[in-house]
Design a protein around this ligand. Sequence first.
Ligand code: GAL
Length: 322
Amino acid sequence: MSTQQALQTIYPGRVWPDNRGQHIQAHGGGIIRLDGAWYWFGEDRSQGNDPAKRYVSCYSSTDLVNWIFRNQVLATSAPEPLGEKWVLERPKVFHNAKTGKFVMYFHLDGEEYPGAPEYSAARIGIAVCDTVDGDYKYVKSFRPFGMESRDIGQFIDDDGTPYLIFESRPTGSFSIATLTDDYMDVAEEICRIEAPLEGGAIVQYEGLYYCIGSHLTGWFPNPNKYATAPSLAGPWSEFKDFAPEQTLTWMSQSSNLIKVVGSEATTVIYVGDRWRPEEHWDGRYLWMPVKIGGGKFELPSPTTWTLDIETGRAKITGPNYY
Ligand code: GAL
């Protein structure tokens, strides 16, 4: 039931109200398409949350502008002894059509052993549910191929094959991995990109793969980069800026790329976070259609815009909206 008037416009960086009129809590999120609807999962950092727990929320939409709050799909105390400052970040949900399960991957971190530094556990956590927006149950954590893994990303190719992207600091790289048949583990590291980048996201556009990522500067933004490759296994081109360097990716950090294939056009949307570490609940989202094609990828200056989900056409409507 909607209590809000339907929204027409996307305002990058502004408070984004859900159907209840509350700012969407889906930071570091992942967006998947299922049965004609879109589902947005992300870190729920609502002010009223129990500080000992970590939360993931799920929203659904049919137009990518109006989002219905579905459920706080994960609300968990530390599933393992990781210290008080443990984290559960960047959740991504994969739907396994064979098993019918929804498998949530996330960055699980904290003290590797009591007294060790924060973010030293560097693991992937998995939670599972039978429905897209039900209560997910924690299953396990692991290091993919035995490697440290912090930020994770998700890519589902046009043929439905799911891939996990993960960043590994000791190797100064980020990897693209396939999943096992049941999606409960990584299967094969199909590419190790020798670039110390996180917040990884990939889109396939007109037969070319575009990969984006952020430098390792914590909550503070930096000039994110992109590269292209004819196949996920590479070879990847050198990494270049996709927004004017001094804007620090228009003050955002990459988390996703959404491809909208309409009857007339295909639009690729950059999904970035504007973190507010002192007021995490007020972290904002920067969504903008990118200029993409022929090996070029550019995130234009943020403006208001609209999306026609049927035709796939995005229209810039507003003034610059930095
Ligand atoms: C960022 C990362 C976030 C979070 C943060 C903590 O680089 O992308 O997901 O882990 O660091 O400082």
